[in-house]
Design a protein around this ligand. Structure first.
Ligand code: SAM
Length: 377
């Protein structure tokens, strides 16, 4: 009897807690909606700024706000705010970054120069800050994709590979070092493209050394990759001209002369997934104001050829907003040659995005296999 009463009380408690959780989510949803409207409203900077502060405070207090903010597409919204105000307003940047990190599950790494080793392949990357764009950081699932590639190098060896949303380029560079015939590393944000180009430059001159050693590829496990922080002392780094420049930070000044869009078996290209969706829908695509993209020093950023197709497409953490589901599916549909395959590694923050992606890709006639690699949280 006592037990029955207890069960009754527990059930009631459960019901009450479910109700209060639902109510909390409802309140969070409304509040996040209001704050997002204010952040989007460009009419008054102070109002926008205050809304970012309020959202950061709310997110710190309750997980419900994180869930709602993520669903409201706050990550992309704040990334664009960061780009605009990163030089003038430290506090705003700090708050925006804390929201982005909370919504992304702290999956981005720390922004240092590091050597990343996956079995026999070592890649040196200098990350930027989130103000340069989300792709300026290496996202944790990139490590999982790199380990997969090292474990099964035949996936990319001798193949023409496209890395979409490449960010710092870690995965594409691993594919290049594993012996891909050609890797096209792409992103759509100018600062990220600059970081991507520097990554390629830092690793290209080392690639020859790598290729001259036969690759002994051992099966990689989830724990088999290593990351080593590099002090800003080129003596500690591999001997490599561009890498010295890169680590010393002198490459930036001479970037236009020393960095190239095409190096060895790698090339860096601008590619916006939205353009491929438009092409798939038969719509016109207009690139930049004069039909081309230019970087901050006015140099033309080469575009992936509109009709180019690839044997393999790789992508890591590229499905983090609902809109990406149909965009990425469109890219795969347009860019995979017949019989080609894509390997996408992602953090499932929102099951709905993954389900929508699988539905879109299947709807376009592609077959999708999924495999859970890590349980990250
Ligand atoms: C979370 S980051 C992942 C970066 C990198 N793949 C990694 O795992 O470290 C997502 C990347 O997708 C890129 N991205 C987002 N939307 C895009 C679009 N419409 N077209 C091209 N790239 C896009 C971002 O610029 C960013 O580099």
């Amino acid at each position: 009897m006592a037990a029955a009463t207890l069960v009754g009380e527990e059930a009631q408690e459960d019901e009450t807690s479910l109700e209060s959780e639902f109510f909390e989510l409802l309140v969070a949803s409304e509040r996040v909606g209001t704050l997002v409207d204010r952040i989007q409203d460009t009419a008054c900077f102070q109002r926008r700024r205050q809304a970012v502060f309020d959202l950061a405070a709310a997110i710190e207090k309750s997980e419900s706000y994180v869930v709602e903010a993520r669903q409201a597409g706050v990550v992309d919204l704040l990334t664009s705010i960061l780009k605009k105000y990163s030089d003038d307003d430290d506090q705003l940047v700090q708050r925006a970054c804390s929201i982005i990190m909370a919504c992304s599950g702290t999956l981005s790494c720390s922004g240092k120069v590091r050597q990343h080793s996956f079995g026999p392949v070592t890649v040196t990357i200098k990350e930027g800050t989130l103000a340069d764009g989300l792709g300026a950081r290496i996202w944790a699932v990139a490590n999982s994709l790199c380990s997969d590639l090292v474990e099964k190098p035949a996936l990319v060896q001798g193949k023409r590979v496209l890395d979409i949303g490449a960010g710092t380029g870690l995965c594409g560079i691993v594919a290049a070092k594993l012996g891909a015939a050609q890797v096209t590393l792409t992103d759509y944000e100018e600062p990220v493209l600059r970081i991507l180009r520097a990554s390629v430059a830092a690793n290209a001159s080392c690639a020859a050394a790598n290729i001259s050693h036969p690759l002994i590829v051992k099966a990689a496990t989830e724990k088999s990759y290593e990351v080593e922080d590099l002090e800003f002392d080129p003596e500690d780094a591999e001997e490599c001209d561009n890498l010295d420049d890169f680590l010393l930070g002198t490459a930036k000044d001479t970037q236009a002369e020393t960095l190239h869009w095409d190096l060895e078996n790698m090339c860096v290209r601008h590619m916006d997934w939205a353009d491929d969706l438009k092409r798939l829908q038969g719509k016109e695509v207009v690139l930049g104001s004069k039909g081309t993209m230019r970087d901050e020093v006015g140099e033309i950023v080469p575009e992936v050829d509109a009709s180019e197709t690839f044997d393999v497409i790789i992508g890591s953490d590229i499905l983090y907003e609902m809109a990406h589901a149909s965009l990425v599916a469109a890219v795969l549909k347009r860019r995979l040659r017949e019989g080609g395959a894509a390997i996408i590694s992602l953090a499932v923050r929102d099951q709905g995005i993954l389900d929508t992606f699988i539905m879109s890709a299947s709807g376009m006639g592609m077959s999708v296999d999924k495999e859970q690699v890590w349980q990250l949280w």
